[in-house]
Design a protein around this ligand. Structure first.
Ligand code: SF4
Ligand code: SF4
Length: 131
């Protein structure tokens, strides 16, 4: 029938006019990220970390820089833990390699910066990559 396409199109438009929007008004409104989100930076729990270095060993791109020292009790302790975001592949190997679940991804996806140095995150000094 002549004009059926037009009627169908208008009905879709009318339905959309009265339905809930699929978009949010960012940055005032933010959608929650999923539980499997990989991004932002590494959130390090210093209490859980045993300074074994397995995360850095598992990293294929040397994106984790860590240093350790021996404490008076003979245990290893972290002295440095940096996540180099510009070379990170977000492959998750480091998180999977950690035997104590000491590292997780932050839920922060607003990690852009003007300089390269700001992309190197000192995970011991920041909580969840907050700057
Ligand atoms: S996600 Fe992959 S590339 Fe990034 S720090 Fe972990 S192991 Fe390295
Ligand atoms: S693998 Fe886990 S426990 Fe070992 S140094 Fe890395 S964050 Fe710490």
């Amino acid at each position: 029938m002549f004009g059926i396409g037009l009627i169908k199109g208008l009905s879709v438009t009318l339905r959309r006019c009265f339905s809930k929007p699929n978009t949010v008004e960012y940055p005032e409104q933010r959608l929650p990220v999923g539980p499997m989100f990989r991004g932002g930076t590494l959130d390090l729990s210093q209490e859980k970390c045993i300074a074994c270095g397995l995360c850095a060993l598992a990293c294929p791109n040397n994106a984790i820089e860590l240093a350790t020292e021996k404490t008076e009790s003979g245990k290893k302790a972290l002295t440095l833990y940096r996540h180099h975001m510009p070379v990170c592949l977000f492959c998750n190997y480091c998180v999977e390699a950690c035997p104590t679940q000491a590292i997780h991804w932050t839920q922060n996806y607003e990690m852009s910066s003007l300089t390269y140095d700001e992309q190197i995150i000192d995970c011991m000094a920041t909580k969840g990559g907050a700057r």
